[in-house]
Design a binder for this molecule. Structure first.
Ligand code: ACO
Length: 428
């Protein structure tokens, strides 16, 4: 057996399987021939040890707390870049020149308007609908409105649909919010930045001039950068799986939104803020820490722990700094921030959290910032979906452009009844 092969003996057969190396990160054992040679499948519910694809977009080293987009560390991008630039980077692989960034921004800006008939579509939803329910419906409906960009075999169609999705998501998200509060929809204002425009469409009203506060715009843009992509997470894998059958990109992104909605994924920021509100003051923290450690109590510290990060989530570091900037800009001082800081301090000095490698994740501080800006908790996951759309689109494009792409089709360990004969109804 050569050095770059793994061998497995199973069912009386010995199988050699190639080991593949990426540019960084763990090697993978290519098991594609396993079934043919042994008649056995691998078994990995939750995909804890399974790489589902090749990808050159995002790299995470969870033990070291590293997150790179196309090789660039998230901390550097959050500090120096913009969401438009990061979007270009994720889609194209390289940072843009000034001209490329200007052209890309202009293209996205020109796609921000929604087909006018979509406004009627919103009115079919109940006023009290959760905005994520509205997002699933409206984004899924885009393929009915933009059918001219749904031929996935045509690179031009793919490019236009990608631009449309990134550009229209802020408009769709802001309209979901406006509908829920009974205010009129605000049209996009192409003089503004991507993020400034979103803030205006969300918080502006026709009766008054809306002024974008630069520090809030910057903070929001940074939050979008922090959520732009995260490798093969549940919603991204959902987008890829939906796309692997040849479904159109609007349908695939709607599938990603549905997956993101769950509390173990995009919904955790809402839960983290609710938990901080329940704790209230620092003197009550120890009680909740004790509850989190108690095996007989289902309570968990929300915003703590991560499937991949077994060290500080680098996005949480940036989030913590951003809280202060937003508070300064808006002249607010939410005591929950002090509670959060103290909770982090107490938890990190507790052996339980150290042993289990539980650190604050991106959701621990994001709820505090978003609520200071004025978003209701039901909008938190919508903002996540807005930002993650560029990651979904980049990953979908990468998959469709890969000539070796196959339909995703996992197998199973069957535990149901073996073959048996049908019993007529009269005999049962
Ligand atoms: N509080 C207290 N204990 C915890 C926590 C927590 N937040 N998270 C994990 N643990 C403990 C578990 O009880 C378990 O203990 P055990 O080994 O004694 O049974 C151990 O740590 C490992 O936990 P698992 O649930 O097996 O780890 P997994 O990788 O499957 O789960 C998850 C990761 C779901 C994120 C988990 O840490 C959690 O529920 N955190 C709170 C929810 C949250 O913040 N989610 C946001 C994730 S980030 C994102 O999606 C953008």
């Amino acid at each position: 057996m050569s050095e770059n092969q793994a061998s497995l003996t199973a069912g009386g057969n010995s199988v050699d399987m190639p080991i593949k190396s990426g540019t960084i990160g763990p090697d993978v054992i290519d098991i594609r021939k396993l079934y043919g040679q042994t008649g056995m499948f691998t078994y990995d519910p939750g995909f804890t040890s399974t790489a589902s694809c090749d990808s050159a977009i995002t790299y995470i080293d969870g033990d070291e707390g590293v997150l790179l987009h196309r090789g660039y560390p998230i901390g550097q991008l959050a500090e120096h870049s913009s969401f438009m630039e990061v979007s270009y980077l994720l889609l194209n692989g390289e940072l843009p020149s000034q001209q490329e960034l200007a052209d890309f921004t202009r293209t996205i800006t020109r796609h921000t308007m929604l087909h006018e008939q979509l406004a009627t579509f919103y009115r079919g939803f109940r006023r009290d609908a959760h905005p994520m329910a509205v997002m699933c419906g409206v984004v899924g409906a885009l393929s009915a409105f933009y059918h001219d960009s749904t031929d996935i075999a045509d690179p031009v169609h793919r490019k236009i649909s990608s631009h449309r999705l990134i550009a229209k998501m802020p408009t769709i998200a802001a309209m979901a919010y406006k509908y829920s509060v009974g205010q009129p929809f605000i049209y996009p204002d192409n003089k503004l930045s991507y993020t400034g425009n979103f803030l205006k469409m969300t918080f502006g009203v026709p009766a008054e001039e809306y002024e974008v506060i630069p520090a809030v715009e910057k903070a929001m843009d940074r939050i979008f950068i922090l959520h732009a992509d995260h490798e093969q997470n549940a919603s991204t894998s959902t987008v890829r799986l939906a796309g692997s059958s040849g479904a159109n990109p609007f349908a695939c992104i709607a599938a990603g939104i549905a997956c993101l909605w769950g509390p173990a994924h995009g919904g955790a920021n809402e839960a983290a803020l609710n938990m901080l509100k329940e704790i209230g003051t620092p003197d009550r923290i120890q009680h909740y820490i004790d509850r989190a450690k108690d095996k007989n109590d289902p309570f968990r510290l929300m915003g703590f722990g991560h499937r991949v990060y077994k060290n500080y989530d680098p996005r949480a570091t940036v989030m913590q700094q951003t809280v202060r900037e937003v508070f300064d800009a808006l002249k607010v001082n939410d005591p929950l921030f002090e509670t959060a800081l103290r909770l982090e301090e107490i938890a990190l000095s507790d052996p339980y959290f150290a042993e289990k490698k539980l650190f604050p994740n991106v959701d621990f501080y994001s709820g505090i910032i978003l609520s200071a800006i004025g978003f209701p908790t039901t909008m938190f996951t919508v903002l996540f979906a807005l930002a993650r759309t560029v990651g979904w689109v980049a990953q979908w494009n990468e998959m469709i452009s890969d000539p070796g792409q196959k339909i995703g089709r996992p197998r199973q360990l069957y535990t149901g009844p073996t073959a048996r004969d049908y019993v007529p109804l009269s005999d049962r």
